[in-house]
Each structure stands twice: as structure tokens, then as C-alpha cells.
Design a binder for this molecule. Structure first.
Ligand SMILES: Nc1ncnc2c1ncn2[C@@H]1O[C@H](COP(=O)(O)OP(=O)(O)OP(=O)(O)O)[C@@H](O)[C@H]1O
Ligand SMILES: [Mg+2]
Length: 331
């Protein structure tokens, strides 16, 4: 199956100090690489989960795909079209097929607009009449499991779960092919989280949507994604089919994240690994393998030599000199 979205060697840099400040403080490089050479694809109807600690670059990938921050290099191909460097007018046409749910759903809804106006905004821009808007609002709200009455409410009158549903309805308005959901369950009660996830999973089944979901919640990843990628300091350290990654992580960082997961997993390896130490600063990346400062299995080589990407035969890629499994086999 060919991919709907293909990202190759994507890099995003941010300036973190003005040229004057950089000069005065003797800063060598006033930029950070928030995303540092990332590769992935999402097929039609597929869900990819992106996980990693705060600041690892997850939202920046989403924003770069949406054209909201410029890529420093690399390519983003969506539905056969190269998006990096695409002039704004052409990008707007592509953007209809690409919908984004932002990290803060209530904050991203204008407080003075009714839910009806919010979900039908794209249709109003295209000059739809009042009756048509009513019908569209009803259809979209029904799709996300809200009654048409919600159309008359304002964002502050919604619960967290309802606001999230409205976010999904807005994302669906243009009949997109890909939805990017940035932390769609953050801040919700566990039961409501389940509702929002079931909603996304159902829409994916019914509409054949592709989904890129960003989350800290590994249970979410396990339940709704086909593939997952684990980010550390702007890079993927491991990437592969979700069940395989959970069952048999190859990268020590993946193992540490999975073992910090509160959901007990009877199939997981019994040894619990704690993830110690602070995330290093992007201004001062560690030498060699960038995870070596926190890795429980660090060897001398890891301090000096950056590990290459290893691909296995099952669609798994990881970046480690001493991947798990190999080590166990050698012991
Ligand atoms: N506009 C910007 N200017 C400068 N630095 C930025 C900008 N946006 C993000 N960053 C930095 O880039 C890095 C990655 O940020 P990003 O928001 O992508 O992380 P994240 O993985 O989404 O984190 P979280 O889980 O907290 O949402 C961080 O160090 C952040 O401070
Ligand atoms: Mg984020």
C-alpha cells in the first residue's frame, strides 16, 4: 500500500537567541533542532502514534506537516504532492484534506461563536445558506455523538469531553483524509478519554481516515494505533508495529517508557526499568548516542559513537548499539 503521507529526513530549527544576544553570550549556535531528521509514512486508513517526553518535538512534527512552521530541510509528501516550500495558495487547497486537532481544544475554540458556527466555519467561508448550515451542523454533531441542540451552546458551556468532540466535528467538516490529533485525551477523565478514543477509532473505520495521534498516554497508543514511533530529542529512537514494540521493545528508552506505564501488562518483561536523570537540553546535545546519559545499559562506545538506524524484516527501525533482545541473546 502506498503512503498517504510520507515524511523524509524532516528537520525543523528554531532560533532561540537573537544574533546580538548570541554574540554577547558567546553562543556558538543560536538555534535548536527541535526535529532532527525524522522519517515516517502513514498509509490510507492507518493510525500512527507519536510518543516521547515533553519537548521531544512531537507537536513540532505535526505543525511542520500542517505547514504552520517551516521545515529547514527534508520533504513532506501528502497524497502525491510535495508540501515543503509549497506556496500558500496551493497549500490552502491541500489543507482541506489535512485536519488538525490542537493540544488545547477549549482554548482553540473562539469563545463568542456558537458551536453551530464553529463546526460550520468552512462552509460559511464558502457561502453556504442558513438552512444548509443547520443541516451540516446537525450532521457533523451527530457524527461525533452530540445532539443538534449543542449547536446553540457556547464553548464555555461544554465539558472537556464535549469540547473534544466539537474539535473532532470541526476537523471532519472538510471531509479530510488525514487527521492530526495532538493530545486529544489530555486533561480528560479516564472514562471520557475512552469515549473520545472510541470516537476516533469508529470514524477511522467508517470513513477510512488516516490518523496521526500524539500522546503521552501509552494505553491510548496501544489501543488505537497500528504503528508507533518513540521520540527523543527530536529524533525517532524506535519505530514499528505497535503490538511488536510493546511486546518486544528494542531500544532501552522504549523499554523505560513502557515500564513507567501505569497499566500492568501481564505479557511484559518482568524486570522494571526506571528512567533516571533529566532530559538533556537541545542546546547541548550529548555526544555519541544521545540517550547515553540516561541509559541503564550504556557502554563506552555509546558515549562517542552515534548509533546507526537498524531496520529489521518486520518494519521495525531503531537506533541503538546494543539493542534489547540482541543483548539477551548474547547473555
Ligand atoms: N516556536 C518555537 N520557538 C522556539 N522553540 C520552540 C518553538 N516551538 C517549540 N520549540 C521548542 O522545540 C522543542 C520541541 O517542542 P514541541 O512542542 O514539539 O514538544 P512536544 O514533544 O510536543 O512536547 P509536549 O509533550 O510538552 O507537548 C522544545 O524544546 C520547545 O521548547
Ligand atoms: Mg506537544
Amino acid at each position: 500500500m502506498s503512503d498517504l503521507l510520507t515524511v523524509r529526513d524532516l528537520r525543523v530549527r528554531f532560533r532561540v537567541a537573537s544574533p546580538v544576544k548570541a554574540l554577547m553570550t558567546g553562543m556558538k549556535d543560536p538555534f535548536i533542532d527541535a526535529v532532527c531528521g525524522v522519517d515516517f509514512g502513514i498509509a490510507e486508513g492507518e493510525t500512527l502514534g507519536l510518543v516521547g517526553e515533553s519537548g521531544s518535538g512531537k507537536s513540532t512534527i505535526a505543525r511542520a506537516v500542517m505547514g504552520l512552521v517551516p521545515a529547514a530541510s527534508g520533504s513532506v509528501t501528502f497524497d502525491g504532492q510535495q508540501l515543503v516550500g509549497l506556496p500558500n495558495r496551493q497549500f490552502n487547497r491541500v489543507r482541506r484534506d489535512l485536519a488538525m486537532m490542537f493540544q488545547d481544544p477549549v482554548g482553540s475554540l473562539s469563545p463568542r461563536l456558537t458551536i453551530r458556527s464553529l463546526v460550520t466555519e468552512p462552509f460559511r467561508i464558502h457561502g453556504a445558506g442558513d438552512r444548509e448550515l443547520d443541516q451540516e451542523a446537525k450532521r457533523l454533531l451527530e457524527m461525533v455523538g452530540l445532539s443538534a441542540d449543542f449547536g446553540r451552546r457556547f464553548p464555555h458551556q461544554l465539558s472537556g469531553g464535549q469540547a473534544r468532540r466539537v474539535g473532532v466535528a470541526r476537523a471532519l467538516a472538510m471531509d479530510p483524509k488525514l487527521i492530526i490529533a495532538d493530545e486529544p485525551t489530555a486533561g480528560l477523565d479516564v472514562s471520557v478519554q475512552g469515549e473520545v478514543l472510541n470516537l476516533l477509532a469508529r470514524l477511522q473505520r467508517e470513513l477510512g481516515l488516516s490518523i496521526l495521534i500524539i500522546t503521552h498516554n501509552l494505553n491510548v497508543v496501544r489501543h488505537i494505533t497500528d504503528r508507533m514511533a518513540i521520540m527523543y530529542l527530536g529524533r525517532f529512537v524506535e519505530h514499528g508495529p505497535t503490538e511488536q514494540v510493546f511486546h518486544h521493545p528494542r531500544h532501552p528508552y522504549t523499554e523505560a517508557l513502557l515500564s513507567a506505564n501505569p497499566e500492568p501488562d501481564p505479557d511484559a518483561a518482568s524486570s522494571r526499568v526506571e528512567i533516571s536523570g533529566e532530559v538533556p537540553s537541545l542546546m547541548n546535545r550529548p555526544t555519541g548516542c544521545e540517550f547515553h546519559t540516561r541509559c541503564p545499559y550504556v557502554g563506552d562506545r555509546c558515549r562517542h559513537e552515534a548509533p546507526p538506524v537498524t531496520q529489521d524484516d518486520h518494519g521495525r527501525a531503531f537506533t541503538c548499539h546494543y539493542p534489547l533482545g540482541d543483548r539477551q541473546a548474547a547473555e
